[in-house]
Design a protein around this ligand. Structure first.
Ligand SMILES: [Zn+2]
Length: 203
């Protein structure tokens, strides 16, 4: 597996998990602009097979409907699938009409997806939204808006809850060993750094 990243609207991180032999990619979050996603895919010479959403906020999921019409299979948790059809995706905050769609698959806690020979474990990490998930791949965690470098996600949006978020972050801290944490915005960090220095959720 080879990892690539592009940055979209509101500095959202869009991750490409590439199988170079197959020339395929799974992407984690897609941002709002299918053009930059497709441009990266053609630069890498890969076909995007699946899109996994950490949650349904517009900045992470805005172009998911367009990618689905292109043939990409889109997966999201059950609770955040609801936000694809209501205002909780926050598109209205940016004066945008959300491009609603029905996901191809539902994500749930401890599910293991085998996609393009890449093993991806789903961890339910509610709190930023009630359906937020993180993904564990090898020694990487893709944490969406749950855990950031020396910070955590906001909990003042609809369905947000700080106590839930705290538990979710503690559940990530409880994973065995160290991981590189690739967050939904901003720089990456390590789980060990966050266990030691995160001032919002302390061990
Ligand atoms: Zn968010």
């Amino acid at each position: 597996m080879e990892l690539h990243k592009i940055v979209g609207f509101l500095d959202v991180n869009i991750y490409f998990l590439v199988n170079n032999e197959q020339k395929t990619a799974v992407i984690i979050d897609c941002g709002t602009d299918a053009k930059i996603v497709n441009k990266k895919a053609s630069e890498l010479g890969v076909k995007i097979s699946h899109l996994l959403l950490t949650h349904s906020h517009y900045d992470h999921s805005g172009c998911a409907g367009e990618l689905q019409r292109q043939g990409v299979k889109v997966y999201v948790s059950e609770n955040d699938a609801l936000k694809l059809n209501n205002s909780d995706n926050l598109a209205y905050c940016f004066n945008k009409e959300f491009d609603s769609f029905t996901p191809d698959g539902v994500l749930y806690d401890d599910q293991v997806l085998e996609l393009n020979e890449i093993s991806i474990k789903v961890k339910s990490t509610p709190g930023h939204t009630d359906g937020s998930v993180s993904f564990v791949v090898d020694n990487f965690i893709f944490s969406g808006d749950t855990l950031f470098y020396n910070s955590v996600g906001r909990t003042d949006f609809p369905t947000g809850d700080f106590n839930q978020l705290k538990n979710s972050v503690l559940n990530l801290y409880a994973l065995d060993g160290d991981f590189v944490v690739y967050a939904g915005h901003g720089r990456s960090t390590t789980l060990e750094n966050e266990r030691k220095y995160n001032s919002f959720v302390k061990l």
